[in-house]
Design a protein around this ligand. Structure first.
Ligand code: HEC
Length: 699
């Protein structure tokens, strides 16, 4: 009898085990992520998003034996931002254009692929390519927030679509790049678009059916239209008191384009909100005001979406500062008290520790040189903003800037070391707003109210200083004492997200085109391997059948950095790839494609007026993706192949490179406009060519 029961039990395990649908994540599993450290079930691993793994099979004593186990090409050269998920031996990954692939996590064998067929014009609305930061898993389904606004549920067994809902009105310039988050049967998604002009919000849907459950707007709408009939209605009158003018015509901004974190103990969802639209407050809310809830953390009730508390990091937002950066939850011992905290290192360069039950500011300290604010008043929670930091029509030096002291690249908190790790950047720029007569709001164009051309001589002198001060490093930060523990310096900004493990590993993709592993306790380098491109995404780790793997997506270009301009151009990158490592493996990557020849720029034949006009148009339409002053960015346009120059108008107006994320601008630009931009780029190339040749010789 006993043996029969045993046999039946065994039978149940084997048969049920075989029948269990794939991707069966639920509250019990995700809420106890440490019980199954071999899985990586959610964007930041657990709901706390610490990106610390209890796995220690790979550790500081044996990591020297780490090698490439398998890799998969991702069909792109850039903008790979996503963290893969692994559940029960299957690795789910999302590449550009929201194409999701399920792999056998041990071998890399493709199990299925789902392509939501996002139309290429959507790339124009994403600053950094048609990127996606992640997907979510829940009860046998994979959730995709597509660039074009669809939230799609597909079957985790076979990649077949189950349902799809449109999450935004396509007549506004919204897009989705952030990972959906799931808890208690609800899938939550935000959106981006504040640089173009939209009103931010977050929506919760029923994970089973796709039915909308609640929506929270982060900024007030048109007051003449009355309440939205949304969860945010209870707090919008309070927010509206902090605005002036007719902001709703420009959207207002506050988009939640990345971090959304769920707290299962307090049953709260934390939303990190973005910048104002337009950037210059002078045009958005001309009478000033805090402009709630721009650049804030807003806590809402997980069940209903109703407002609970907020903390605004950047009142008067006008620097394109966003507070959408990763939020990490932890319990910290602060001055003898155990506190439930939320930690964030947003674009403005301050590291914040908040009490996540109440929103009270516990501490804040800048982690980079900071011209924006000297300190944060702990009594009022308000920054002491440097009076010279406010935007005027006069170009001034600024740091941190819109390119961020730290952007979306995931950060990690190790409970073992008590430290938080993230890629910090010192990026400087020259900031000014356009003259009142020059501000024009054009739908579906980048609408910032920022000037790129005024007082050219002054700008040029300041830009030299700005360029000379760029720095990037991996920062290990002590959040209790708000001070640096150690740093690993890099030649320039732009390194990737971070993972820590119980094996004392600190894993990061570097701007040197490598994956590097350091000791989490002291930052000494333990291992490094060339990856041909920069792994800017968050690395992750998992086990299958008792073997630990480390996986990372490789593919540079997911957030604006201009520092690479100091390298001999053109900067070379290998293709975007998912790379998976384990001890004792030794797969080799194919060799890098040969360098393309960069011919000298053609002589400048345009008039000065044409170049000036081109510079203005470039600033308005191109600089967000291709870099201020045509330096760096996604693709450095000072240096182009002959064929590219020959096809310039077809690329810029007709979008013949749209599959690579370069969409045509015929709706905004004429042939003359394109010719003027080309003239400006030829002028810039000639200005910098001698310098380029000189650097080629010395390298
Ligand atoms: C939303 C981002 C975005 C904007 C805005 C944008 N581009 Fe691009 N552009 C791209 C991407 C992505 C590529 C493809 C890079 C690659 O080949 O991998 C590209 C490629 C190009 C290329 C080909 C460069 C080469 O050497 O292969 C040209 C030329 C170009 N862009 C011109 C422009 C001009 C001019 C503007 C402004 C009118 C502009 N772009 C605005 C994203 C953008």
């Amino acid at each position: 009898m006993k043996s029969l029961r045993l046999l039946l039990g065994l039978f149940a395990v084997v048969v049920l085990g075989a029948c269990v649908a794939r991707g069966q994540v639920d509250s019990a599993r995700l809420g106890n992520a440490d019980v199954e450290p071999g899985q990586w079930m959610s964007y930041g691993r657990g709901w706390d998003e610490q990106r610390f793994s209890p796995l220690d099979l790979i550790n500081d004593r044996n990591v020297a034996g780490l090698g490439l186990a398998w890799y998969a090409d991702l069909d792109t050269y850039r903008g790979i931002q996503s963290t893969p998920l692994v559940v029960d031996g299957v690795l789910y990954n999302v590449s550009v254009w929201n194409v999701v692939t399920a792999y056998d996590a041990r071998s890399g064998r493709v199990l299925w692929r789902f392509d939501p067929k996002v139309a290429s014009q959507w790339a124009r609305l994403a600053c950094c390519g048609p990127s996606a930061r992640g997907i979510a898993l829940w009860q046998g389904r994979v959730y995709i927030g597509a660039l074009d606004g669809r939230l799609i549920a597909v079957d985790a067994r076979n990649g077949k679509q189950v349902w799809s809902v449109q999450t935004f009105d396509r007549s506004w310039a919204y897009s989705i790049t952030g990972a959906p988050r799931v808890f208690d049967g609800k899938v939550v998604i935000g959106n981006g678009g504040a640089d173009y002009g939209v009103r931010g919000y977050v929506t919760a849907y029923d994970a089973l059916t796709g039915k909308q459950l609640w929506r929270f707007f982060t900024v007030p709408g048109d007051p003449s239209k009355g309440p939205d009939g949304a969860a945010s209605d209870s707090v919008m009158p309070i927010a509206a008191k902090t605005w002036t003018g007719e902001w709703w015509k420009y959207g207002g901004g506050g988009t939640v384009w990345d971090s959304i974190v769920y707290d299962p103990q307090l049953k709260l969802v934390y939303l990190g909100t973005g910048n104002g639209a337009p950037h210059a407050q002078h045009f958005r809310s001309p009478g000033g005001g805090d402009n709630l809830f721009l650049c804030s953390i807003v806590a809402v009730d997980a069940e209903t979406g109703v407002y609970r508390w907020h903390y605004q990091m950047v009142p008067d937002e006008q620097w394109d500062f966003t507070c959408t950066q990763p939020m990490v939850l932890a319990d910290l011992n602060i001055q003898g008290r155990k506190r439930q905290v939320l930690m964030q290192a947003p674009k403005n360069g301050f590291f914040y520790v908040l009490d996540r039950a109440t929103g009270e500011l516990i501490s804040a300290k800048t982690y980079v040189p900071n011209l924006w604010a000297t300190e944060i008043d702990l009594k009022t929670g308000r920054p002491k903003v440097n009076p010279g930091a406010y935007l005027t029509e006069t170009p001034e030096l600024m740091t941190p800037n819109w390119m961020a002291a730290h952007s979306w690249n995931p950060m990690s908190y190790s409970p073992k070391t008590g430290l938080v790790y993230f890629p910090a950047q010192e990026q400087w720029n020259v900031q000014a707003r356009v003259a009142d007569t020059d501000f024009k709001w054009v739908p579906f164009r980048s609408n910032t109210g920022i000037s790129y051309t005024s007082q050219p001589e002054r700008r040029k002198a300041l830009q030299v200083i700005a360029d000379s001060r760029e720095k990037g490093y991996l920062l290990a930060w002590d959040p209790v004492n708000q001070r640096e523990a150690f740093r690993v310096p890099y030649p320039y900004p732009g390194s990737g997200g971070v993972l820590t493990t119980a094996g004392n590993l600190l894993v990061q993709g570097t701007i040197n085109r490598t994956l590097a592993i350091y000791g989490a306790d002291d930052g000494r380098k333990l291992w490094e391997m060339p990856t041909q491109s920069v792994p800017i995404a968050g690395p992750m780790t998992y086990t299958v059948e008792g073997v630990q793997y480390i996986a990372v997506n490789v593919g540079w270009g997911g957030s604006p950095v201009h520092g690479l301009a100091v390298e001999p151009t053109p900067v070379r990158f290998g293709p975007g790839r998912l790379m998976v490592f384990r001890l004792g493996a030794g797969v080799a990557l194919p060799p890098m494609p040969p360098p393309s020849d960069v011919p000298p720029p053609p002589p400048l034949r345009a008039t000065e007026a044409q170049v000036r006009q081109g510079q203005k148009l470039y600033g308005e339409t191109c600089s967000r993706c291709h870099g201020e002053n045509a330096i760096g960015g996604l693709k450095d346009l000072r240096f182009m192949a002959r064929e590219t120059r020959a096809e310039f108008n077809a690329i810029v107006l007709d979008g013949i490179r749209k599959d690579k994320g370069m969409i045509g601008f015929r709706d905004l630009l004429s042939e003359d406009d394109a010719a003027a931009i080309n003239a400006y780029l030829v002028a810039r190339a000639n200005e910098d060519w001698q310098d380029y040749i000189a650097r080629q010789v010395t390298h």
